[in-house]
Design a protein around this ligand. Structure first.
Ligand SMILES: O=C(CO)COP(=O)(O)O
Length: 241
C-alpha cells in the first residue's frame, strides 16, 4: 500500500500570528480524518518554530519549502538541513516550479538539495511538471522524464515524495484533467526504481475537485497552494471522501 500524503504549501503567506490562527481553526477538523493519511503543512521559515511548538504531539507533520545543500557556511539568506531538523521539520519541498522559474533553480541544484535533505533524515517532496508551452509542443513526457533522470541521481527512493505540478495549472484555477494527471503520474511511476514512492498531484486543488482527484488510481495525495490557506478549505481537502 502506498502512503497518502496531503500537503499544504503556504508559499510566502502567513505571519506567525496568522499561522497560529490557522491552526486554531484547522486542528479540530482532523478528528474525522483517517489515521493513514499523512498531513503536512509546508510553512515559511519564520513560522516553523512556532508551528512546531503548537503541533507538538499532534499528527500533523511540519514541512519547509526549500533547503540548502551545505550543512553550514557563508551562504547569506539560505537555510541548512540541520536547522530544520532541530525545530522538528520532517518534510521539505524541493524544486518547486516557482523556485525553478524565479530563483534560478536547476536540476543540478535540485539534486544537491535532495541529497542533503535525505542525509539529514528529511523527506523531500520533489516537484516536477511542464509549462503550457512545453505541453502545447508535445514535450510533457520528455521534459518530465528528463527532470526525473537528473534530479534523482543518487537519491534514495525509499524516503521520497514526488509532486506532479503542471505549471499552467498552478494558481490559475485551471486544474489538469484528473485522468490526464493520473496518466502523467503513471508515467512518473514507470521511471522509478521504487514503485511505492507516493506521487501527488498539485495545481488548483480545491474542495470542489479533491474527491475526483483522489479516486484516480495512481494519485497518492495532493500538494495544495491557495486552498491550504483557509482552515475550512484545507480541512475539506484532508477529509476527502
Ligand atoms: O504550487 C502549488 C502547490 O505547490 C499549487 O498552487 P495552487 O493550489 O494555488 O494552484
Amino acid at each position: 500500500m502506498r502512503k497518502i500524503v496531503i500537503a499544504g504549501n503556504w508559499k510566502m503567506y502567513k505571519t506567525q500570528a496568522e499561522a497560529l490562527e490557522f491552526l486554531q481553526g484547522f486542528m479540530s477538523s482532523l478528528e474525522e480524518t483517517p489515521e493513514e493519511r499523512e498531513i503536512v503543512l509546508c510553512a515559511p521559515f519564520t513560522d516553523l518554530g512556532i508551528i512546531s511548538k503548537s503541533l507538538h504531539g499532534s499528527r500533523v507533520q511540519l514541512g519547509a519549502q526549500n533547503v540548502h545543500w551545505e550543512d553550514a557556511g557563508a551562504y547569506t539568506g539560505e537555510i541548512a538541513a540541520p536547522m530544520l531538523v532541530e525545530i522538528g521539520v520532517r518534510y521539505v519541498i524541493i524544486g518547486h516550479s516557482e523556485r525553478r522559474q524565479y530563483f534560478g533553480e536547476t536540476d543540478e541544484t535540485v539534486n544537491k538539495r535532495l541529497l542533503a535533505a535525505q542525509s539529514h533524515g528529511l523527506t523531500p517532496i520533489l516537484c516536477v511538471g511542464e509549462s503550457k508551452q512545453q505541453r502545447d509542443a508535445g514535450e510533457t513526457e520528455s521534459l518530465i522524464v528528463g527532470q526525473l533522470e537528473k534530479d534523482l541521481i543518487g537519491v534514495d527512493q525509499h524516503n521520497l515524495v514526488i509532486a506532479y505540478e503542471p505549471i499552467w495549472a498552478i494558481g490559475t484555477g485551471d486544474t489538469c484533467e484528473t485522468k490526464e494527471a493520473n496518466r502523467v503520474i503513471g508515467l512518473i511511476r514507470s521511471q522509478l526504481t521504487n514503485p511505492d514512492v507516493p506521487i501527488q498531484y498539485g495545481g488548483s486543488v480545491k474542495p470542489e475537485n479533491i474527491d475526483e482527484i483522489m479516486v484516480q488510481s495512481d494519485i497518492d495525495g495532493v500538494l495544495v497552494g491557495g486552498a491550504s490557506l483557509q482552515p475550512a478549505s484545507f480541512a475539506r481537502i484532508v477529509n476527502y471522501k
